[in-house]
Design a protein around this ligand. Structure first.
Ligand code: G3H
Ligand code: 13P
Ligand code: NA
Ligand code: ZN
Length: 328
């Protein structure tokens, strides 16, 4: 069944586990995630970005999720709007049947320029009031995703090397987080701890100076009943990078968020862990392997079946590592 995010995150908090939230754009990603959830007996958070709705089109995305709910009746499923850039986007998602929305008011409506705190509170509180009236959950975001190695915020005018942002400018402030949750009544809060979206997060395996798991602990201590969300939390498995490189791909040296660090976050209030890149890498590894090993292959299903199998393995590993396996 389709359920609200609040329901799943409350259960996760009560039983001290975390839920991966996987980005979806097409049937193959949804099937791979649902097959993994069935194998692991785990609840599922599917999330769609604005880019996903643009790629698949609203009716396709809506019907693909409905198909997943029908085909896997034993699995609780949340359909979540990822990085809603405005109240209008969130309302559109609710009308489309999403059971959860992210109002990302850390950025202005263009989704690129940093927004000030007052704007963030205003739009997030407004979405929470509307969403809660129809049983839909709301995720807010406070802080700047970006790199503690360079001081470069992810937002488009995030300062670069010369005007590097200090640690305290990038990371979510615990007192501000407490005020934000109180003012907005959001169900979950995305926090900035030095992660960023995509494959290129860290130039080395991250240590505490560039991945601030300590900040998770400080925020959790300040707002212990708020469900925390980690964005940019793909682990970027080195085996997948090697598999891609071995079959003609060209991906530079890079490191993601180690699963052990996410597990430490989950011990301190992290309940939702956003993962898109790892599924992209897994599918690319599968497709490249088939393409490289069988130059005469031209049935797309052969490429996509390998892609789904690689994605399924990653999803099962995350359900197990985060403690979500067996919780459906
Ligand atoms: O927030 C970023 C997610 O990885 C979604 O990426 O905007 O390319 O769909 P996208
Ligand atoms: P990754 O790029 O690390 O997979 O992060 C995805 C994400 O945060 C989606 O909101
Ligand atoms: Na999100
Ligand atoms: Zn994100």
């Amino acid at each position: 069944p389709l359920v609200s995010m609040r329901q799943l995150l409350d259960h996760a908090a009560e039983h001290s586990y975390g839920l991966p939230a996987f980005n979806v754009n097409n049937m193959e990603q949804i099937k791979a995630i649902m097959d993994a959830a069935r194998a692991a007996a785990a609840p599922v958070i599917l999330q769609g970005s604005a880019g996903a709705r643009k790629y698949a089109g609203e009716p396709f995305l809506r019907h693909l999720v409905a198909a997943a709910v029908e085909a896997y009746p034993e699995i609780p499923v949340v359909m979540h709007q990822d990085h809603g850039a405005s109240p209008a986007v969130c309302i559109g998602a609710i009308r489309s049947g999403f059971s959860s929305v992210m109002m990302d008011g850390s950025l202005q409506e263009d989704g690129k320029t940093p927004a000030d705190y007052a704007y963030n509170v205003q739009v997030t509180a407004r979405v929470a009031e509307l969403a809660h009236a129809v049983g839909v959950s709301v995720e807010g975001e406070l802080g700047c995703l970006g790199s503690l190695e360079t001081g470069q915020g992810e937002a488009e005018d995030g300062h670069g090397a010369e005007g590097a942002l200090s640690r305290d400018k990038l990371l979510t402030d615990p007192d501000e987080a407490a005020a934000f949750v109180k003012a907005t009544q959001c169900d979950a809060l995305a926090i900035a701890i030095g992660t960023s979206h995509g494959a290129y997060k860290f130039t080395r395996k991250p240590t505490g100076d560039i991945l601030a798991i300590d900040r998770v602990k400080a925020i959790h201590q300040r707002i212990p009943t708020t469900h925390l969300v980690m964005h940019g939390s793909s682990s970027v498995p080195q085996e997948l990078l090697e598999e891609i490189r071995a079959h003609g791909g060209d991906i530079k040296e890079t490191y993601g968020v180690p699963v052990e660090e996410i597990q430490e976050g989950i011990r301190h209030g992290v309940r939702k862990v956003n993962i898109d890149t790892d599924i992209r890498l897994a599918m690319t590894a599968g497709m490249r392997r088939v393409a490289a090993k069988s130059g005469s292959e031209f049935d797309p299903r052969k490429f996509l079946a390998a892609a789904m199998e690689e994605a399924r393995k990653v999803c099962i590993a995350r359900f197990e590592a985060f403690g979500a396996a067996g919780q459906a």
